[in-house]
Design a protein around this ligand. Structure first.
Ligand SMILES: Cc1cc2nc3c(=O)[nH]c(=O)nc-3n(C[C@H](O)[C@H](O)[C@H](O)COP(=O)(O)OP(=O)(O)OC[C@H]3O[C@@H](n4cnc5c(N)ncnc54)[C@H](O)[C@@H]3O)c2cc1C
Ligand code: SF4
Length: 446
């Protein structure tokens, strides 16, 4: 631990976002970075707690106190070596992880100013790329082969781990390029796609075979591999089957988000296939992160207004006694996209879509009340009869994804990531990929 008293004198400093007026005119990353000196000062705030709750909260078990100390002392290479021993791709988590670790930091509990762990992680990996610490590592082959189906974060980590152990790994994906939701879900303003491309070049040079544009039927897996890992995510979005669902102008969030990311790669779409918010009143149904990504995208596309509705009540601001430290706090959250301009409302159920000439014009919503249950379980919902119409000519459904049912696979087939757990987080999918790779290695070596 570099400076045992730094946390008393140095406040938390986030790099912050680019100004709203500037960032909504482009799709580049909104988050900025600190200079090297300020970054080291931020690292010095880590107290190296006897019980590092940050480490406990991180699904991949990052050793934050160790790399914070190295970072504070300017030992960037050492910091990267410690970080990369648990995290395959810190350039992804350093940008888009919700930082479960920071919510469990002891400085979150004591003064609500946790160490900037996620940003420090991003700084370490960017320095590693810049300084050339990340080099192609070609392992000796062990003669065994593994097929990984799905090249999202879970599949990429599984492939990376097994490739480094000497397996010949083939990564299949139905999309034209690897990344899964990192590439075709998460907007560029949160994660630039050249960050993915940079890593894919290294993985390919290290020997992973990429078979893109290949949809694999998991009931008839490609022959000739010693083991398989299914990392196909959660492809089915939750629908809203209410009257008027057939009207034009109602889309799943990912239809818009994936199309926007592909457009930025230079792809074009026929006019009747475009999902674009330009000049439209947008209604996003679903108050979570996918909904928030729809807001940022709609604002950049030129929506005239954006409203986000959620059926659940507004979470408490600041502190929630139901989720005490060091748990993940279920509290009111404002993302960079929310800051960019939208109306947010809670306790609204959608009764029916309204339309004219086959096109959506609005949604009839109804206020609901939530009553807590005596046993502390899920509260019960009651419609209040207070109805109104929210006008909209583009409705985006962002209500989550269905958990896939996996068939009973033979013993050499493993499942990881969202395909295994249901929709979750990049860092959890990466943890699942590590766990699956360890199981596959165990299976193939014993
Ligand atoms: C809009 C959006 C924003 C998000 N933002 C964040 C965020 O900011 N931070 C965060 O931590 N998490 C975020 N998430 C969640 C996160 O993206 C996922 O939890 C994570 O990507 C899951 O990884 P995965 O590898 O399991 O699946 P996926 O990323 O879904 O990848 C699955 C891959 O499998 C491929 N595939 C599917 N079926 C087949 C088949 N039959 N044959 C071949 N290939 C197939 C798909 O094409 C895809 O590439 C977000 C999710 C969405 C939808
Ligand atoms: S991966 Fe997420 S939870 Fe883990 S150290 Fe990084 S920011 Fe924190």
């Amino acid at each position: 631990m570099g400076d045992p008293k730094a946390f008393l004198n140095i406040p938390r400093q986030e790099a912050g976002y680019r100004p709203i007026s500037e960032r909504i005119t482009d799709y580049s990353q909104v988050e900025q970075t600190l200079n090297t000196n300020s970054r080291k000062l931020q690292a010095s705030r880590c107290m190296d707690c006897g019980v590092p709750f940050c480490h406990w909260a991180c699904p991949i078990g990052n050793k934050q106190p160790e790399w914070q100390d190295a970072l504070y002392k300017g030992k960037w290479k050492k910091a990267y070596e410690i970080l990369s021993s648990t995290c395959d791709f810190p350039e992804f988590t350093g940008r888009i992880c919700p930082a479960l670790c920071e919510k469990s930091c002891v400085l979150k509990l004591s003064c609500d100013q946790p160490v900037t762990i996620r940003e420090n992680e991003a700084a370490i990996v960017e320095a590693a790329f810049r300084e050339g610490y990340i080099q192609v590592q070609t392992p000796r082959r062990n003669g065994k082969s593994v097929a990984v189906i799905g090249a999202g974060p879970a599949g990429l980590v599984t492939a990376n781990q097994l490739n480094q152990k000497g397996y010949t790994v083939t990564l299949f994906d139905k999309d034209e390029a690897p990344g899964g939701l990192l590439r075709f879900g998460i907007p560029n303003f949160k994660l630039d796609k050249n960050v993915i491309d940079r890593r894919m070049k290294i993985l390919a040079a290290e020997g992973i075979r990429f078979e893109m544009g290949v949809e694999v039927d998991v009931h008839h897996l490609p022959k000739g591999f010693d083991a398989y890992c299914i990392c196909t995510g959660t492809p089915v979005a939750r629908d809203l089957s209410i009257p008027g669902r057939e009207l034009k102008g109602i889309h799943f969030a990912l239809e818009m988000l994936a199309q926007q990311n592909r457009t930025l790669e230079g792809q074009t779409f026929a006019k009747d296939k475009l999902v674009n918010a330009k000049g439209k009143k947008v209604l996003v149904i679903g108050g979570g992160d996918t909904g928030s990504d729809c807001i940022g995208t709609s604002v950049r596309q030129g929506a005239t207004s954006v409203t986000q509705i959620e059926i659940m009540p507004k979470p408490p601001v600041g502190h929630n006694p139901a989720t005490p430290w060091p748990q993940w706090p279920v509290v009111f959250k404002t993302t960079s996209s929310h800051e960019e301009g939208c109306t947010r409302r809670w306790c609204l159920a959608s009764n029916q879509f309204l339309g004219k000439d086959g096109k959506v014009t609005g949604v009839e919503v109804e206020e609901v009340e939530w009553t807590p249950t005596a046993d502390g379980g899920r509260p019960t919902m009651k419609p209040t009869g207070k109805k109104e119409v929210i006008e909209a000519d583009l409705v985006l459904l962002a209500m989550g994804f269905l958990k896939p049912e996996q068939p009973k696979f033979p013993e050499n087939v493993f499942v990881a990531g969202d395909a295994d757990t249901g929709a979750s987080l990049v860092v959890r999918a990466m943890a699942g990929g590590r766990a699956a790779a360890a199981k596959i290695d165990d299976y193939l070596t014993k």
